[in-house]
Design a protein around this ligand. Structure first.
Ligand code: BTN
Length: 341
């Protein structure tokens, strides 16, 4: 009911709507409408009330709820169902639960903050309240587990395009799917799957984008490694007040659906071309630890299946499927040594 009332107010922003009209067809009393408006006000919506004229929406808070995101969304099915939490352990865990319960493909879980946000390779993901976009998308592609990598690459290309379209900010991609801004990480993608050997049952695509944090909002160990869109913009004397997260989230989801449809249609060449266009890895000196052995070399290409090709300093060319690759100059510890040894 709250969503219906809010969307009616949003469709008529700036105008008074009588209480009976707000509740029309919902079979609720005027008191129930009033209670609902009070709830919305508590969430940060500024709504004027007049006993004669009804209710008028004056301004909306920056929340990642269904009404705010839908306002900007341009998709057929991704984000058409959104489960929004004020606080949750991890949106990936909640999305997994929804998928197990049979939610439709494209269901999105968003949260204003996460208490146990997860990153890749068992790391934690800092997810402070209302400062970033913490969201997970449920996908059900008819593919094998090996083909999942391309969907993750498609997601990183979508994030870059979504950020560019909504903020004008250009970001890059560090293999496999870290989104980089000013040589620091602005966004990470965690893909988790439920699969059999030959078939994926569902995928959870978790996206964590730092939007409105200041340097002090990050834990000290991330100060040299992480950045938000706002920090970048402030350095350039713009966006002092921060960015509208719901608009960026919708922009990313819209681009994600475009790329996901391409993957489903078998058009992976376009995704790989997009990834290469925004890559900050190719042509760079890289380091990699695999099975406790450290390799160094130059990243030369990415395969159609999304593997990173490294021409290693020992003369062997290797194709990397997973792991962490360090790239010279990006998110580097100032003490790190990336010599050619
Ligand atoms: C990475 O390590 O680069 C991936 C970080 C992914 C973080 C996002 S935030 C939303 C979703 N929920 C999680 O617990 N993790 C992902």
């Amino acid at each position: 009911m709250k969503e219906v009332i809010l969307s009616r107010l949003m469709q008529n922003t700036g105008e008074f709507i009588p209480g009976e009209m707000l509740g029309a067809g919902l079979n609720v009393s005027r008191t129930a409408v009033w209670k609902c408006v009070r709830k919305l006000k508590n969430e940060g919506y500024v709504i004027m009330s007049s006993s004669r004229k009804g209710y008028r929406l004056v301004s909306t808070p920056d929340l990642l709820n269904v009404c705010e995101i839908s306002n900007y969304l341009n998709t057929d099915y991704i984000g058409r169902q959104i489960k929004h939490f004020d606080i949750i352990d991890s949106t990936n865990s909640a999305a997994r639960k929804s998928a197990e319960e049979g939610c439709p493909e494209g269901t999105v879980v968003t949260a204003e903050s996460q208490t146990s946000g997860r990153g890749r390779l068992g790391r934690q993901w800092s997810s402070p309240g209302k400062l970033g976009i913490w969201m997970s998308v449920v996908l059900k592609p008819l593919i094998t587990p090996e083909e999942v990598r391309v969907i993750t690459l498609a997601a990183s290309v979508a994030v870059v395009a979504g950020i560019k379209n909504t903020t004008g900010i250009k970001t890059g991609i560090k293999w496999p799917n870290d989104i980089i801004l000013d040589n620091r990480k602005v966004c990470g993608i965690l893909t988790e799957m439920n699969s059999e050997i030959e078939r994926v049952n569902f995928l959870i695509l978790g996206i964590g984008l730092n939007v409105n944090q200041e340097q002090g909002d990050f834990p000290p160990e991330l100060h040299n490694k992480a950045i938000s869109l706002k920090m970048h913009a402030q350095r350039r004397g713009m966006a002092e007040a921060g960015f509208k997260r719901s608009m960026i989230a919708a922009g990313i989801l819209s681009e994600l659906e475009i790329n996901y449809k391409k993957v489903k249609a078998g058009d992976t060449d376009d995704i790989i071309a997009g990834w290469k266009l925004h890559s900050v890895t190719l042509g760079k000196k890289v380091g990699l630890i695999a099975k406790n052995i450290e390799y160094r070399g130059v990243a030369t290409d990415i395969t159609r299946g999304g593997k990173l090709v490294i021409s290693c300093n020992d003369g062997i060319t290797r194709e990397i499927v997973s792991g962490e690759v360090s790239v010279k100059g990006i998110m580097e510890d100032p003490e790190a040594d990336m010599n050619d040894n």
